[in-house]
Design a protein around this ligand. Structure first.
Ligand SMILES: C[S@@+](CC[C@H](N)C(=O)[O-])C[C@H]1O[C@@H](n2cnc3c(N)ncnc32)[C@H](O)[C@@H]1O
Length: 217
């Protein structure tokens, strides 16, 4: 078994520097998010964005649903990896974040992104009723609704398609038995639910705050 890597900031920067380069507007979103102080932590990491892009390109994904867009870094990153006839529906209830995200999408000339601004559960029920299907769903919004989102989204994808969920390692606290606060417990229960869910095969990846990649059986 290979020795475990200590993922220092230096090594993380090396990984970023030697992976697919970011576009000008992706960099601008990151810079803007830094100005927001603590809220910058809402954004996925660069390595997570690059992994999403690789998965999209490798699996021929054309239709993406994102739950939780913030200022648009993950949506823009995924949209950039789509073919020209691809599309991405991005759900967020926050008008200010969504307006800012739109500025970045326009700056990047990225017209594959459709924003729906209202509570995600409402949008998801509408998408389910209209029998819309997606090739990839990315869940990154309020943790209290993760299980609801997942259980609706499983009906929005076909066999072989993907649901990817962020923050499943919750800063490592899910594996620390002394941590039993509300959010650690929610994520732990969610991971436990996914483990026993025979509708998908799954893989937790320690990138950013932890991705679970689910493939529908
Ligand atoms: C972690 S951030 C998303 C980060 C984004 N994926 C990125 O990488 O930049 C979570 C987002 O979910 C949104 N959100 C929270 N609760 C929501 C809800 N019930 N319905 C829709 N959006 C929600 C918040 O407004 C916030 O923008």
């Amino acid at each position: 078994m290979p020795k475990k890597l200590d993922l220092t900031d230096n090594l993380e920067q090396y990984i970023i520097d030697n992976s697919e380069p970011l576009t000008k507007v992706q960099k601008e979103i990151i810079e803007y998010n830094i100005t927001l102080g603590d809220q910058k932590r809402l954004q996925i990491s660069v390595s997570q964005a690059q992994l999403l892009q690789s998965l999209i390109k490798a699996s021929g994904v054309k239709k993406i649903l994102e739950i939780g867009s913030f200022t648009g870094f993950s949506a823009l990153s995924m949209a950039l990896a789509l073919p020209s006839d691809g599309s991405l529906i991005s759900l967020d209830k926050n008008l200010e974040f969504s307006k800012k995200a739109k500025v970045f999408y326009e700056k990047a000339n990225e017209n594959k992104i459709i924003q729906i601004i209202k509570p995600a559960l409402e949008s998801l029920n509408e998408l389910k009723n209209s029998k819309t299907k997606f090739d990839l769903v990315f869940i990154d919004a309020d943790k209290e609704n993760y299980l609801n989102y997942y259980n609706i989204c499983i009906d929005l994808i076909d066999k072989g398609r993907l649901i990817i969920i962020d923050n499943v390692l919750w800063h490592g606290e899910v594996a620390d038995g002394s941590k039993n606060d509300k959010f650690t417990s929610i994520i732990r229960d969610f991971n436990k639910y996914l483990k026993q869910d025979s509708r998908v095969s799954k893989n937790i990846i320690p990138v950013g705050d932890g991705f679970t990649i689910c493939i529908k059986k």
